[in-house]
Ligand binder design. Structure first.
Ligand code: FES
Ligand SMILES: [Fe+2]
Length: 441
């Protein structure tokens, strides 16, 4: 039926523009969930969210309520949060510990951490002679078709077939390598808990904004200017303002013309990298101590390589925005065509001095949290976009900026020198969207 309503999805996307219905049509949203979010690899969480056996965290994949759980065998699994009896969610809390097994609160069916049935009250008398029994696969909690981890970050795919996680991520794996390599122990651990923000806009509007190098100095200019004023006043008084002011003032000092100097690298499957723009290696005593710890762990040459990685942001399509040098990520969970949940997480570099964690925390609070002006600036734009796109004021969204000038390389697209504000990331995401939506199944 949906196919009759939307006969040719490919017509909704042209290389340089996209139909507005892609953002506003609830039927297209349903198809996106079926063909993209419930097929490709979706980020579930970090393994340190579930350190002990029985620890679980619920997570939404497409339209499916799922639960990530650590078993007594140490394995991290992802199961549908659905009891095979009458369908109740087995975990009603967002996270917790199940103890030695899951127990459904409705009729007390119990399940092992891998989802297999443990017991049903009075099973023998109640089910003798019926077709219900342990041999019936329908009496166990259904697991996600595939679960894989990369450097502690857990992903699940609800489709049996398709590329491995490593193949799917391709070059975007650098997000996790960069984050973990910056830890003297080579690992990060999550800081419980996350911020949650619900945006009244389509999920793609958020993703397109992540590597939109044109918007920061416009959208966030007022916040940047206010921070710059205070930063200058502190500098005048004490000689040096804390790095946290720079995190905000950069939105004013890196003016619109300067953004063209940066670069985006666009990869298959819709993933993109934005190169770094903020100096994150000041010569303050905390940074120098951190560098000494890193040198001890890796040797001078490798330490320089690790700290020299010049990335600000990695977008992993279709639902993850990672800021690896500051150890944070935002996971995007579409809730409806005009409602999107973002989970904003940050991490600790294992083995790094405490002030380096405080720096990541400052960025988390000042730039990514729901209480910062930066986040509010963006949310207002997202809402305005969704409202405008729902109107009859036009049929297309424009992605023409620097179109035709990007550099096509083997398997990827790079913005040309001096054209960092190219809308290549949006074109690249929509190209992937189109391919996922129209792929043969
Ligand atoms: S619905 Fe779970 S035990 Fe009945
Ligand atoms: Fe922004």
């Amino acid at each position: 039926m949906l196919h009759e309503r939307i006969p040719d999805l490919a017509k909704f996307v042209e290389p340089d523009r996209v139909r507005k219905e892609v953002y506003t049509d609830p039927h297209i949203f349903e198809l996106e969930m079926e063909r993209i979010h419930e097929r490709v690899w979706i980020y579930c969480g970090h393994e340190s969210q579930v350190p002990k056996p029985g620890d679980y965290y619920t997570v939404q994949i497409g339209r499916q309520p799922m639960v990530m759980v650590r078993g007594a065998d140490g394995a991290v699994r992802v199961l549908y949060n659905r009891c095979p009896h009458r369908g109740a969610m087995v975990c009603g809390d967002r996270f917790g510990n199940t103890g030695e097994f899951f127990r459904c609160s409705y009729h007390s069916w119990t399940f092992h951490h891998d989802g297999s049935l443990r017991n049903i009250p009075m099973m023998e008398s109640g089910y003798a002679g019926t077709r219900w029994g342990r041999d019936n696969p329908d009496c166990h909690i259904k697991p996600a078709a595939r679960v894989e981890r990369y450097r502690g970050f857990v992903f699940a795919s609800l489709a049996q077939g398709g590329p491995t996680l490593k193949e799917f991520l391709g070059e975007s794996r650098i997000a996790f390598d960069d984050m973990c390599d910056r830890a003297p122990e080579g690992e990060v651990e999550v800081v419980p808990n996350c911020f949650r923000v619900i945006q009244n806009s389509n999920w793609k509007i958020f993703l397109e904004n992540q590597l939109d190098a044109l918007h920061p100095s416009v959208t966030h200019q007022s916040t940047g200017r206010a921070a710059r004023d205070v930063e200058l006043a502190i500098e005048k008084k004490t000689g040096k303002a804390p790095l946290s002011y720079h995190m905000l003032s950069a939105f004013a000092t890196v003016t619109i013309d300067k953004w063209d100097a940066f670069q985006t690298l666009n990869y298959p499957n819709g993933h993109c990298i934005l190169t770094g723009y903020m100096g994150l290696r000041p010569k303050d005593p905390d940074t120098l101590e951190y560098e000494r710890t890193m040198e001890k762990a890796y040797g001078k040459q490798r330490m320089e390589e690790i700290l020299g990685v010049n990335i600000h942001h990695v977008l992993i399509y279709p639902g993850l925005s990672v800021q690896s040098p500051l150890q944070q990520l935002r996971a995007v969970r579409p809730l409806g065509v005009d409602r999107t949940l973002t989970e904003i997480w940050h991490f600790r570099l294992k083995g790094a001095p405490e002030p380096i964690y405080r720096r990541a925390l400052a960025y988390y609070n000042l730039v990514n949290s729901p209480s910062t002006m930066i986040n509010a600036d963006d949310l207002e734009n997202f809402w305005k976009c969704h409202q405008g796109l729902s109107s009859d004021g036009g049929d297309w969204v424009s992605f023409h900026r620097h179109y035709g000038r990007d550099i096509e390389k083997a398997g990827m697209v790079e913005t040309a020198p001096g054209m960092g504000t190219s809308e290549a990331p949006m074109r690249n995401q929509m190209k992937a969207w189109s391919r996922f939506m129209t792929a043969e199944r």
